[in-house]
Design a protein. Structure first.
Length: 428
């Protein structure tokens, strides 16, 4: 069977993923097929075979060069394979893209002899980027309307390249949800840590364990666990201020980005729309878009957060409920389901929550979820999601979660499903 050709294979080190995600998304909007490991390799596939096959089928391989990439065995393998397919560089199969300054003599000889595109100089970055786009087949007129993804959002704290952990004073370290739930849960009922042995458990999975290991007391344990979770979210989010939220670093850009997502779904006139925001928190993420809707319902497990949100926004109706159990809301009653930075939460059940979203949406309704991809540190950010029992962040976790949400949506028959990388979060 003939294998389909790929327009662009992007070879990169994982520290460049945030930039590469935006680059790949931009190419796809121009109709190019792009091989990007995290969304182009089927789960369970042999990774080496998949990469080898993609390199053979790629018209162009863009080699994203950074100091970290030069130390990567994977990147070395991919660039060697691409050079082998076009040793003289006549077909421009391999295009070096210098994203961060590196010594010329550190480049492999097969790469050094090629004419590289460099985005390191701010004064020539746009011109160089458009040369790259032209080289991979984008028309001059289309390229002239595109700008390179912002390198300032490439991964870590601004001004502290390579930082991949949060300081002890970070609110995300000081107020870990799991620790807060443990502190509010009555120890006399049971040793909660003996049930909660995995950090990726959902609330329903933890309840099931209570039924198995404490059959005589499981109803009391479930009630106490729900109360402890509500108290934990009260303590963490009801009083969270803007300076704890990385979006407050550039609120105008965040709101503009959010509107781009909405426009991409064709939402222009919102005056007659019924919107539900699940995990609304204390209402500080309010945008003018919400105010323009005919009805907006805010849902959260934290009663205190809902009271704060309702106090700030008179138009807002509120319901205290779990995203995985919206039985208090009628089926087919909303046009838009939005949940920002909630689906990565502790004890969150993605599948049940998406099922409930499907139930309460009208036919043709729209679903927008975002996963947190940044933590504020001073006036900068650290990319990724905080790992359990650690100050380290995981760069890839937001995208693994996004892929899980996408798979569930696909199984439920949703169409036009997309994943978009923003400044502070990943949208599905």
């Amino acid at each position: 069977m003939m294998c389909e050709q790929i327009d662009v294979f992007v070879s990169h080190n994982r520290k460049s993923k945030p930039w590469v995600r935006q680059f790949g998304s931009q190419l796809r909007t121009q109709g190019l097929s792009v091989f990007f490991d995290e969304d182009s390799i089927t789960p369970g596939s042999n990774v080496v075979r998949a990469l080898d096959s993609a390199l053979d089928r790629a018209r162009h391989t863009v080699l994203v060069i950074t100091p970290a990439a030069l130390e990567s065995d994977w990147v070395a393998m991919e660039s060697t394979a691409a050079s082998y397919n076009d040793p003289a560089g006549m077909r421009r199969t391999l295009i070096p893209l210098i994203l961060e300054e590196v010594p010329t003599d550190a480049l492999p000889t097969s790469v050094r002899v090629l004419n590289a595109v460099s985005l390191c100089n701010p004064t020539t970055r746009v011109q160089q980027y458009r040369l790259l786009l032209s080289a991979i087949g984008i028309s001059e007129s289309a390229a002239s309307r595109l700008s390179p993804p912002d390198p300032d959002w490439s991964g870590s704290v601004e001004g502290a390249s390579g930082v991949a952990e949060l300081p002890p004073e970070s609110v995300y370290v000081r107020k870990r949800t799991r620790d807060l739930i443990m502190s509010f849960f009555p120890a006399s009922l049971c040793d909660l840590s003996s049930l909660w042995t995995r950090h990726d458990l959902s609330f329903s999975a933890l309840v099931q364990r209570a039924k198995i290991y404490h059959p005589r007391f499981h109803e009391d344990i479930v009630a106490a666990l729900a109360a402890a979770r509500g108290a934990a979210y009260d303590a963490k989010y009801a009083v969270m201020e803007g300076y704890d939220d990385e979006r407050s670093l550039d609120p105008d850009s965040w709101e503009a980005e959010f509107y781009q997502v909405l426009r991409g779904l064709g939402m222009e006139n919102t005056s007659n729309l019924f919107l539900i925001n699940v995990g609304i928190g204390n209402g500080r993420e309010w945008t003018s878009f919400y105010s323009s809707c005919r009805r907006i319902l805010g849902v959260d497990v934290s009663r205190a957060a809902l009271e704060s949100a309702a106090g700030m926004h008179k138009k807002l109706e509120t319901v205290q409920a779990d995203a995985g159990d919206l039985s208090c809301i009628d089926s087919g009653s909303f046009d838009i389901y939005i949940s920002l930075r909630t689906y990565q939460s502790t004890l969150f059940d993605v599948e049940r929550s998406v099922l409930e979203a499907t139930r309460i949406l009208k036919p043709g309704g729209m679903f927008i979820v975002s996963l947190s991809d940044a933590h504020r540190v001073g006036t900068g950010i650290v990319r990724g999601i905080l790992e359990p029992d650690s100050h380290q962040v995981d760069f890839d976790h937001p995208y693994l979660l996004a892929e899980n949400v996408r798979r569930v949506l696909t199984s439920l028959g949703f169409s036009r499903i997309g994943v978009r990388t923003g400044h502070f979060e990943v949208y599905v």
